[in-house]
Design a protein around this ligand. Structure first.
Ligand SMILES: *Cc1c(COP(=O)(O)O)cnc(C)c1O
Length: 380
């Protein structure tokens, strides 16, 4: 027997009550029973996004909502500014290019956040840029980008700010309307304590107006069609009904805790993991602007990070994420978003200590755990 722990930044663990909800018999989606569930989810999403706008639920992974942002809001040949500080920033650019947009790449060193000055400079230099596409939290590098400040640059202009909030919504407060975010989107399998398969997206009034003049083709992800169904408590096509039933329960759990407490919990867990890793002598990938969703750390010289992640997963039963591209084998990413509490972080610290000790790192036992405990005790 091996007990398994999932501590990766997506997918993340799902609470037992949510799993049980999804195990119930499938109900037909064109019924008052399902409409009631769907309505509660749509209302919960507005509270979560802090918006008056309709939040749409799509049957896709998060990337589907990214693609929907592009196909619904732009016309071929338009220029967009893409903040490219990791795999997901790169994805924004690839989607935009796939649909014939001209991408201005704002490349950011992996592990760093984009600065608002660089965004301002790029916007000043090229008046053709009609939107900024960025992540709230770049999960591949565990960096948080300064969304509130970037929003000030676009808010009172014709430009749109499109935020992939997949590891940001439900982790840190991201008030869409107050900050002036034009598109905010997320996915089910990160902070929202659900399996993969759902994406959520909302558009500002400014974005809805842009939708009217955008010419890219679209069908399944026609957000106008989707929004007109959401207000009738239904969806354009067959919804992922079981996931949506689970989502109602997940939202209930989040609202019972209280959103501010959810954000506080993420902050405490993140600080505990950072302190633990630092006490183990491990260098942070994103020391200056760390995200509260996950923490990336470099493995010590001489340790193969890929082997470590595999050993921890296959032999110890603890799944973390490794690095991608040039960070492959060099980093390990510890998640703290979604259904995580203090003792999950103790498992994380202990597993890394044990794995590194086995890999030959001396004098590490107990160091991460002790430093993390000191911070986690703030919760009690
Ligand atoms: C996970 C993730 C995605 C991709 O989402 P999928 O659900 O795999 O399509 C995009 N952006 C960020 C920031 C993510 O963390």
């Amino acid at each position: 027997m091996k007990k398994r722990y999932l501590i990766s930044p997506g997918p993340t663990p799902v609470p037992e009550d949510v799993l049980l909800e999804m195990a119930r018999p499938v109900i037909h989606h064109r019924t008052p029973q399902f409409s009631e569930i769907f309505r509660e989810c749509s209302e919960g999403l507005k509270r979560l996004f802090k918006t008056e706008q309709t939040v749409m639920t799509l049957a896709s992974s998060g990337t589907g909502a990214m693609e929907a942002s592009v196909t619904n809001l732009f016309s071929p040949g338009e220029t967009v500014l893409v903040v490219n500080g990791g795999k997901f920033g790169e994805r924004w650019g690839k989607i935009a290019e796939a649909y014939g947009l001209a991408v201005e790449w704002l490349n950011v060193e992996w592990g760093q956040a984009v600065t608002v000055e660089r965004v301002a400079e790029a916007l000043d230099k090229n008046s053709a840029i009609s939107a900024v596409l960025t992540q709230g939290s770049e999960t591949s590098t565990t960096v948080a980008h300064p969304i509130e400040a970037i929003a000030k640059l676009t808010k009172d202009t014709d430009r749109l700010l499109i935020v992939d909030g997949i590891t940001c919504v439900g982790v840190v407060d991201t008030p869409m309307d107050e900050w002036g975010i034009d598109v905010l989107l997320t996915g089910s399998q990160k902070a929202l304590m659900l399996p993969p398969g759902l994406a959520f997206i909302a558009l500002s009034e400014k974005a809805w107006k842009k939708r009217e003049i955008s010419k890219l083709p679209r069908f399944y992800f026609d957000l106008k069609k989707e929004a007109s169904n959401v207000v009738k408590d239904t969806s354009a096509y067959t919804p992922a009904a079981s996931l949506i039933s689970g989502f109602r329960k997940a939202l209930e759990i989040m609202f019972d805790e209280g959103l501010d407490n959810v954000y506080q919990r993420h902050d405490t867990l993140a600080r505990a993991v950072r302190a633990g890793c630092s006490s183990m002598g491990l260098k942070a990938l994103a020391p200056d602007s760390p995200a509260n969703s996950a923490t990336g750390i470099f493995v010590p010289d001489g340790v193969d990070g890929g082997k470590l992640v595999k050993d921890l997963r296959d032999n110890y039963g603890v799944t973390f994420a490794g690095g991608q591209d040039h960070l492959k084998g060099k980093i390990i990413r510890i998640a703290h978003l979604g259904y995580f509490d203090s003792f999950d972080m103790i498992v994380a610290m202990s597993a890394i200590e044990m794995g590194l000790a086995k890999a030959g790192v001396a004098d590490i036992a107990g160091k991460g755990v002790a430093a993390a405990e000191a911070i986690l005790n703030e919760r009690y």
